[in-house]
Design a binder for this molecule. Structure first.
Ligand SMILES: Cc1cc2nc3c(=O)[nH]c(=O)nc-3n(C[C@H](O)[C@H](O)[C@H](O)COP(=O)(O)OP(=O)(O)OC[C@H]3O[C@@H](n4cnc5c(N)ncnc54)[C@H](O)[C@@H]3O)c2cc1C
Length: 296
């Protein structure tokens, strides 16, 4: 099923979960266990990231196909412009189409390890907008895209640029957007209002990062430009070495964040699971979303 159809037919908030392709067989075993555990909350779709620089790209493809073939879950394949020509991407999309995959999250991608800025491959694409146009021309996939309520780190004009490019992504054929994670809901609501004023009508699904390891979140946030508000630091910093307490506090805070997002009209929640099911499952149960999400 296409994510665009799921969004149109949904009665309650959508729940989706994101995974990354592990680099080892042991990591992959854990991923399958995690997917199995998450089947109990019936996510509307699960997405698999596409590694920078080629190392995990085959794994993404294999995992996406296997999810489609062996589970009841709907996979969304992330796809980036990194290191690929248009013809490479055409071949990959043909494989996905042949395998019955209908959903792509189209991204520019992060620079491969060792490079500090993105450089378009000759014969490839410079921006997600170009990739979206290309995928749309194939006329098979439901296309999602990324967006940034706090502004993408490379956007000189901050959030204004991101709104402009999100509108362009919509115009090129993106049917929904998933946000970078954020901890302050005011950033999301401000972004939604600005997006609506700019004619953006596609659903913008908030990305949720439950905190289960504060050191790790600080590191990720430095890399992706997500701001850690002072109130969050004050809660997490004193307990950072007590992982049990961090986990419990992380669930409490993320549940409260999700509750407000849903109450104020967010179309769903996209969980960055980091290939672990416990936090997402606990939040979805706390919110009672297992019961409210039913097929149309
Ligand atoms: C939900 C989500 C999933 C992600 N999954 C992955 C993944 O699987 N693999 C991975 O490597 N990375 C992933 N990322 C990270 C993403 O690749 C990086 O944030 C990347 O730096 C930007 O990707 P983008 O698709 O937003 O790029 P773009 O939309 O191309 O934006 C990149 C920069 O260019 C600017 N820009 C955009 N369009 C134009 C244009 N037409 N002309 C001029 N400037 C423009 C933007 O303002 C921005 O500063 C993900 C991010 C999110 C939020």
């Amino acid at each position: 099923m296409r994510v665009s159809e799921i969004l149109q037919q949904r009665r309650g908030p959508l729940v989706s979960c994101e995974f990354f392709p592990p680099k080892t067989d042991r990591g992959e075993e854990k991923l399958w266990q995690c997917l199995k555990d998450l089947e109990s909350i019936q996510p509307d779709f699960v997405s698999v990231t596409y590694g920078a620089g080629g190392t995990t790209q085959d794994r993404t493809k294999r995992i996406v196909k296997r999810i489609h073939e062996e589970t009841g879950l709907i996979p969304v394949a992330h796809l980036t412009c990194v290191g690929a020509t248009a013809e490479d991407i055409r071949a990959l999309l043909a494989e996905y189409q042949h395998a019955g995959i209908e959903n792509i999250l189209a991204l520019r991608g992060d620079p491969p390890e060792g490079m500090d800025r993105f450089e378009a491959t000759a014969g490839g694409f410079a921006h997600a907008t170009d990739l979206i146009r290309f995928i749309r021309s194939i006329n098979h996939f439901s296309i999602g895209c990324a967006t940034y309520p706090e502004g993408h780190p490379e956007s000189p004009g901050g959030v204004k640029d991101d709104i402009r490019y999100l509108k362009l992504k919509q115009d090129e054929g993106a049917e929904y957007a998933i946000t970078q994670y954020f901890f302050d809901n005011a950033d999301y609501f401000r972004f939604i209002e600005a997006a609506q004023r700019s004619g953006i009508t596609i659903p913008i699904i908030p990305g949720i990062m439950p905190i289960t390891n504060y050191d790790q979140i600080e590191r990720f946030s430095r890399m992706c430009g997500a701001h850690i508000p002072a109130w969050l630091h004050e809660r997490m910093n004193p307990i950072r070495n007590d992982l049990e307490q961090v986990f419990a506090t992380g669930i409490e805070l993320a549940s409260r964040q999700c509750e407000e997002l849903i109450e104020r009209g967010a179309p769903g929640l996209h969980f960055y699971t980091l290939n672990k099911s416990e936090a997402t499952t606990a939040i979805v149960h706390t919110l009672g979303l297992c019961r409210t999400r039913q097929p149309a």
